[in-house]
Design a protein around this ligand. Sequence first.
Ligand code: HEM
Length: 390
Amino acid sequence: MTAPAPTGSCPHLDLHPGPGLHQRLAAFREHAPVVQVTLHGRVPAWLLTRAADVERALTDPRLASDDRWLHSAPGQDEGRSSVKVSLMGLDGAEHTRLRHILARPFTPRNIESFRPRVQALTDELVDRIERQPTADLIQDLALPLPLHVICDILGIPPDDRDPVHQLTRRILAPESDPQAREDTRDRLRDYLGTHSRHHVVTGIGAHHGDLTTSELTDAGLLLLMAGHETTTALIGSILRTLLERPAHYQALTHDPSLIPRAVDEISRLHGPVALGVTRYSTVDLTISGTRIPAGQRVLLSLGAADRDPARWTDPDRPDLARRSRARVLAFGQGPHYCLGAGLARMEAQIALATLTRRVPHLALAEHMGTLEQPGIFHGPARLPVRLHAT
Ligand code: HEM
């Protein structure tokens, strides 16, 4: 079921994440850049796909992050608060206060202080990979690296990490039933509030009393969910893109100074939040000539914007030498710009630098086809590789 289309809107169109997402987004960007669609076949939303519209919308105060602006309509409640936790769903002064506190572990200097730990974790994982003739770079590297990094930050002990990961996965799974998702979220919240309250406070550098108990547990939950599988998806996409073009991977083994730009270019091409970030119209507004009434869900497609030919030359091609003044939107922009962008980039750079240095003859073990993860974040579900030249 979807909400009735307001007068003048385009017909309803389905939009599912997963394989072929970019081709579908490109068709919207070209033919219907502001259009009403249904997500997962059920949830109505307005979709923006042009870079200029998406960029403007990210800083438009008339588009809120808090879903209390959403008018009730058939299907609308289904998508309500699916991943809404902590500051991601707040606006204005309330958001600024909390963001100021949660930003502390993520200053450039603090992120830099995690570097030795990220390198040590990566080395341990690559030690294990090197002992095998084949590996799955998702299970063996892209998944455990960000999981351990965020759990280190939050002080979650090693034995609890796998169960914590299973719980976050269940919350993020698009197919899970809303009630089951709420129950799982409560379990994780209980865990963070009891077992690791002290660690979370210390980990995020908050002072006791800065945050209420529920703000603190929500913050832990947000960092776990925002900081883990997104980075897994990005590292997976980076490795996949390079291994599908062995000359690109080889270029990095010879010249590691290309790595930071390669990470940024593949973040543009395969940003894990490709489908986009959600906002709610607080008033009637007009975007590129199309009227969006107040109280509607609006999806700002970062993936479509980052491949907009109006902004990027030959946008679907990975160009490791690309020089452009245009801004990549994969980590958002404006008041909600990703707090962990620097950390995620550092993890991806270290993973890539370590692999290209230590395993220069890495090759895909099979044709990848459409191994996209059908989940909420855009990235490969597995990445089987051979470690040595045959
Ligand atoms: C927000 C992407 C990794 C923490 C965001 C937003 C995007 C994003 C697009 C904006 C949401 C919005 O505008 O509504 C990504 C991607 C990542 C990544 C692509 C990895 C490749 C991380 C990591 C952390 C993190 C590693 C923390 C350890 C956050 C937080 C917010 C956020 C706390 C909310 C900021 C706010 O609402 O003010 N992220 N993220 N993210 N991200 Fe990330």
